[in-house]
Design a binder for this molecule. Structure first.
Ligand SMILES: *Cc1c(COP(=O)(O)O)cnc(C)c1O
Length: 373
């Protein structure tokens, strides 16, 4: 089946007892056993597995083209479980431009867990090669990256990591499997904050890991979820699965609108630079064109001016909502350095935009009046 068809049907079926077309929500925390003590339908306790989480995992594996998927309580829950699946003594290579939560997790926890890490500018494959050590177990890739919308050559970086025996995870939150398929490019794991495009309506938090092969890494991450507890609740799983049904149409339209807005912003006299991989001026444009089917709905731009002038632009938007996060139907705009707080390395004149499903003309008009001041 093609992607759009899988998005509508994977993990779903007509409910046998009621004929319900929409999936039932199973809130039960515990599940019956037969006379011999075996679970009657595979589930025993909600933290081990539960029906809504399992349906979502079936759909996630189908959409990313993986052998197995795990759903989590959040994207950070998924990221933590993957790190917790590594052996003590492991070395991890991270990109410098990386979701700030994963950077904080590395900074505050990896040494407690007996691991070491280095961060490299991941677009520079020579820097990656140099950072790899015999004990490197995992290379973390994020493309497009947050918040600078940088591009990493996923196939090339994966091949380099694999040469040295390290596994590769790609945070595919920004691109989604609609636009980019890390497992097809050789990566071992695709990670998602399903809070973003997969949920798609800014009303559910969740995370996911999709594994190219079922094996030890998957089992270790499953064990971490089971014992450390970052499971997806039934209702969260239900909402994310509902979001997946419309993922291709939402992401395709949002990416088209974002491309048009980025192209227009680049010509705006008050804009210093636009970070969007669909623009030929983006240093990762050619790589992105090779590994993505469209360039995503996230962009950031730098205002010609100071932190104060940038905040003034953000203060004037009327249709965009000033808020963090991304991937919902409504467009959001954020002064990223403020959101990241002290220690942020994000430029003070940078605004990050998540393009929603509003009409392109209305979004352009709002940005135009905000920039004009
Ligand atoms: C939001 C986000 C995360 C973390 O996900 P949560 O669901 O907020 O825990 C990880 N990676 C990227 C790229 C994100 O945007």
């Amino acid at each position: 089946m093609r992607f759009e068809t899988l998005a509508v049907h994977a993990g779903g079926h007509l409910d046998e007892t009621t004929g319900a077309v929409a999936p039932p929500l199973h809130l039960s925390t515990t599940f019956g056993r037969d006379a011999l003590g075996n679970p009657v339908a595979g589930h025993s306790y909600i933290r081990d597995s539960n029906p809504n989480q399992s349906s979502l995992e079936t759909a996630l594996a189908a959409l990313e083209g993986g052998a197995a998927a795990l759903a989590f309580s959040s994207g950070m829950g998924a990221a933590s479980a993957l790190l917790q699946a590594l052996p003590a003594g492991a070395h991890v290579v991270l990109p410098e431009d990386l979701y700030y939560g994963v950077r904080a997790a590395a900074r505050d926890y990896l040494s407690k867990w007996g691991m070491t890490w280095d961060a490299v500018p991941m677009h520079d494959l020579a820097a990656l090669r140099e950072a790899l050590r015999p004990e490197t177990r995992l290379v973390w890739l994020e493309s497009p990256s947050n918040p600078l919308i940088g591009i990493t050559d996923l196939a090339a970086a994966t091949a380099i990591a694999h040469e040295k025996g390290a596994r590769v995870v790609v945070d595919n939150t920004f691109a989604t499997p609609v636009l980019q398929r890390p497992l097809d490019l050789g990566a071992d794991v695709a990670l998602h904050s399903t809070t973003k495009y997969m949920g798609g309506h800014s009303d559910v938090i969740g995370g996911a890991l999709v594994f190219r092969e079922a094996g030890l890494f998957h089992e270790e991450a499953l064990h971490a979820r089971h014992i450390l507890g970052a499971v997806a609740s039934p209702f969260a799983s239900w909402l994310v699965l509902r979001g997946l049904r419309t993922l291709p149409v939402r992401v395709e339209r949002q990416a088209r609108t974002a491309h048009a807005l980025a192209t227009w912003l680049e010509t705006h006299p008050r804009v210093e630079a636009v970070h969007y991989p669909g623009l030929p001026s983006h240093p990762g444009h050619e790589v992105a064109a090779r590994q993505m089917s469209a360039f995503g709905a996230m962009l950031s731009f730098r205002v010609k001016g100071s932190r104060e002038e940038t905040l003034a632009v953000s203060a004037r938007v009327a249709l965009f909502t000033r808020a963090t996060s991304l991937g919902g139907v409504e467009s959001l705009l954020e002064h990223r350095a403020t959101s990241e707080g002290p220690g942020s390395t994000t430029p003070e004149n940078l605004l990050r935009v998540s393009v929603g499903l509003e009409h392109e003309d209305d979004l352009r008009a709002d940005l135009d009046q905000a920039l004009a001041g």
